[in-house]
Design a protein around this ligand. Structure first.
Ligand code: NAD
Ligand code: LMR
Length: 345
């Protein structure tokens, strides 16, 4: 039995993500929670002829505190794309005022109802919402850092697509041969494209200006979509794909069917001090506690991570990008942590 709950399931990401989860035959129960329209989405998906039983849950009123708990009860995996997306002219940080309390309250329910679930946070600003989640779980005394993941997979998906175009390689062949680390916003996003020897010949031919343009496009790919949607939101379909890719990695790890082999696994934004060898990396990064690194999973949790700085070839140019990323991350992490400190859960 594997139960997955999606919070924000009726939204732009939530719907296609729930569709992809319904297609995964490992999922036996799919709970769709949203403040609106969850039962409609659930009724629709429930007609698909795959094993997962689908149920929709929406609170009956603002005072209804029970429905979310019913939705979450017994979950092995909770995925959260609840909250508002950007409009043109906004940064992800501008979403903090609304999304911070949404994440705080949802995570408090996760902590009280299914503290052993793996938690995937999609809602922006990820650089701050994941620290919020960690702080809530700490306050409740149920924080397992090996099971809290900020979803940064869309940055890897974009890096594979854009690099594939640049070096004329099928993007599917690049999964696991490049990596993206850091955070999930502008220059906190750091692509690493020199970590696999099979790409060296092609990557070394990239001109300085093309490389600069590639890095910028990976870092600001979200803006490209926000602009193109012109007020109708941000990336939803590519995010559903990316969110599912990471969720599938977690689901496969539950029964041991994941094997990254010699390839670098997907990254996630994690709390370094709480995972094996994480405190060392955190202090090397100047005390930054949350950072996206490639994670190796076992039974739905982090078994270890790849210390890219020690185990892989990171160029001096890429190291400089990391320095910039660390500056941006510090203030977001503090903002998220402090937000919870004065909150009643
Ligand atoms: P959306 O507005 O289409 O959907 C959000 C859904 O959340 C809505 O259905 C809304 O009813 C629901 N919701 C709001 N408050 C809720 C609550 N308290 N409980 C449950 N559901 C609630 O937005 P979207 O396009 O799906 O984006 C969702 C979030 O994901 C945004 O914050 C966006 O910035 C973020 N995002 C992150 C990434 C990433 O790479 N991590 C990529 C794309 C978007
Ligand atoms: C993205 O990277 O597309 C998301 O974080 C959404 C956004 O606001 O850009």
């Amino acid at each position: 039995m594997v139960k997955v709950t999606v919070c924000g399931a009726a939204g732009g990401i939530g719907q296609p993500l729930s569709l992809l989860l319904k297609l995964n035959e490992k999922v036996t129960d799919l709970a769709l929670f949203d403040i609106a329209n969850a039962s409609g989405v659930a009724a629709d998906l429930s007609h698909i002829c795959t094993p997962a039983s689908v149920k929709g849950y929406s609170p009956s009123s603002k005072d209804d505190k029970e429905t979310i708990k019913t939705a979450l009860k017994g979950s092995d995996l909770v995925i959260i794309p609840a909250g508002v997306p950007r409009k043109p002219g906004m940064t992800r940080a501008d979403l903090f005022n609304i999304n911070a309390s949404i994440i705080r309250d949802l995570i408090a329910n996760v902590g009280k109802t299914c503290p052993n679930a793996a938690i995937l946070i999609i809602s922006n600003p990820v650089n701050a919402t994941v620290p919020i989640a960690a702080e809530v779980l700490k306050k409740l005394g149920v924080f397992n850092p090996k099971k809290l993941f900020g979803v940064t997979t869309l940055d890897s998906v974009r890096a594979e697509t854009f690099l594939g175009e640049l070096i004329n390689e099928p993007p599917t062949s690049l999964k696991g041969k490049i990596s993206v680390i850091g955070g999930h916003s502008g220059d906190t996003i750091v692509p690493l494209i020199n970590i696999n020897k099979s790409l060296t010949a092609n990557v070394s031919k990239i001109s300085a200006s093309d490389y600069k343009e590639f890095v910028k496009r990976v870092q600001f790919g979200g803006d490209e979509v926000v602009k193109a949607k012109n007020g109708a939101g941000s990336a939803t379909l590519s995010m559903a794909y990316a969110g599912y890719r990471f969720a599938e990695y977690v689901l496969n790890s539950l029964d041991g069917s994941t094997s990254a082999g010699s390839l670098v696994p997907d990254s996630a934004y994690i709390y370094l001090p709480g995972v094996p060898n994480g405190p060392g990396l955190s202090s090397k990064l100047g005390g930054v506690d949350f950072f996206s690194v490639p994670v190796i999973l076992e039974k739905g949790e982090i078994k270890s991570f790849i210390n890219v700085f020690e185990d892989l070839n990171v160029t001096s140019e890429e190291q400089s990008l990391v320095k910039v990323a660390l500056e941006g991350l510090k203030s977001s992490i503090t903002q998220g942590t402090q937000f919870v400190q004065g909150s009643k859960l």
